[in-house]
Design a protein around this ligand. Structure first.
Ligand SMILES: *Cc1c(COP(=O)(O)O)cnc(C)c1O
Length: 409
């Protein structure tokens, strides 16, 4: 079922007309479909049903606490990458024994917090980090469960700025280093090596790199003869932003994961972010001005790279769709840009688009992941509102930031 769709040329999120909301509220704002989030979670879980995995939603994809609550009710855990995300996940009601903590640069304070909260796993990304955790655990007289993150040196075809699993990337330990770490772990008496983890990148649209990763994990388990209670296979599952984007064949990969789980008698963890929330939101914006350029027309939106940075940061392609469809044609090329004083504050260009007028509302598509969570106050702009729809009800889950908060320093 499609939760964000047109009815009689009017864009709807579930049973709420986007136009009616946009005329009532100040644009721009994020607009989510709760039903869509729930369905994505269910279908992700269903893909891996036979392995009965723990799903730890990647909080950095969307850290709105109300969205975390929706996922917590579905049974989700959390993958966090900072002390702030850890506290937010706990505040949303997610139990610490369903939380894993990743990241290459955890600070002393963050490590102490994770130990005190008794989370499931601290996924360690370097030998020196393990040494520090061991020391802090000793001071706190605790034994701490850790995972060790492998960098499998796999080139997952995705944008170079979101690859994490190649030897040149900063994440995890190389195979050789990880194996020697495993042989030395006994010296770190306050640690319990419970897991091996891996996350090879984001927006991956083929199952092949995931399969290759499983092979590397097998090789390591065989070589070290260590029993890992948990094998954390990370996130990275891509979604179709463009019509030409292919879909992952989950069936095949899921069978391999199931076999792996049986063979090594481990619990499987996944850390999806984008796959759960990516397609569940639009960013509703107004055409502030139309402006003629020398060979195209600019549609200057009131939403910019401060509100939604993926395009400026990773050249991500996000379609912009009209809130009301019409059958008239725009003359010439149309480029959607934002108001921020940066050349990269632009979104997408169309050779063919419908007739657009100043003050029309449009929606940037598929902004649920790495949208609001990546937004900033650049150009001293307040953070915009986030609204979630369930059936015919819309509820504000983040108020537009009061400009007063930006005037203090
Ligand atoms: C960002 C991240 C994820 C989530 O990635 P998606 O592509 O959104 O699924 C999972 N695990 C780790 C360690 C991450 O850093």
């Amino acid at each position: 079922m499609s939760y964000i769709r047109y009815k009689n040329n009017n864009l709807f999120v579930e049973r709420v007309s986007v136009r009616s909301l946009a005329s009532k509220l100040s644009t721009p704002f994020y607009l989510y479909s709760e039903g869509n989030i729930i369905e994505n979670y269910r279908s992700f879980l269903n893909n891996f049903k036979k392995s009965n995995p723990l799903i730890c939603f990647s909080v950095k994809a969307n850290s709105n606490i109300q969205i975390l609550k929706v996922l917590r009710k579905m049974g989700s855990g959390a993958d966090v990458v900072s002390g702030g995300e850890l506290l937010k996940a706990i505040k949303s009601g997610i139990k610490p024994n369903k939380i894993v903590f990743s990241g290459v640069g955890k600070t002393e304070d963050e490590i102490k917090l994770a130990i005190r909260k008794k989370i499931l796993l601290i996924n360690v990304e370097s030998e020196n980090e393990a040494v520090l955790i061991n020391k802090i655990a000793g001071n706190l007289k605790k034994r701490v469960a850790i995972g060790i993150r492998l960098n499998p040196d796999i080139n997952a075809p995705t944008h170079q700025k979101i690859s994490t699993g190649k030897a040149e990337d900063k994440f995890g330990l190389s195979k050789t280093n990880l194996i020697s770490f495993c042989f030395n772990i006994k010296k770190l008496k306050n640690l319990r090596l419970n897991a091996i983890s891996v996350h090879i990148g984001s927006q991956i649209l083929s199952e092949n790199p995931f399969k290759k990763t499983l092979k590397v994990l097998e090789e390591i388990i065989k070589k070290t003869k260590i029993y890992f209670k948990f094998v954390d296979l990370g996130g990275g599952f891509g979604i179709a932003y463009k019509k030409s984007d292919r879909q992952i064949n989950f069936k095949n990969y899921s069978n391999l994961v199931e076999k792996f789980k049986k063979k090594y008698n481990c619990n499987i963890i996944f850390e999806p972010g984008r796959a759960i929330v990516g397609n569940t939101a639009i960013l509703v914006s107004k055409v502030q001005y139309l402006k003629k350029g020398s060979n195209k027309t600019f549609a200057i939106l009131n939403a910019g790279m401060n509100d939604f940075m993926r395009t400026a940061l990773y050249d991500a392609v996000h379609n912009i769709i009209p809130v009301i469809k019409n059958s008239k044609k725009n003359k010439g090329t149309l480029e959607f840009v934002g108001p921020i004083c940066e050349t990269t504050c632009k979104f997408i260009k169309y050779k063919k688009y419908q007739k657009l007028n100043q003050s029309d509302f449009v929606a940037i598509s598929d902004v649920g992941a790495y949208g609001a969570s990546l937004s900033s106050n650049y150009n001293t702009k307040p953070l915009i509102a986030e609204i979630i729809v369930k059936n015919s009800k819309a509820r504000v889950i983040r108020k537009k930031q009061d400009i007063k908060n930006l005037l203090k320093q």
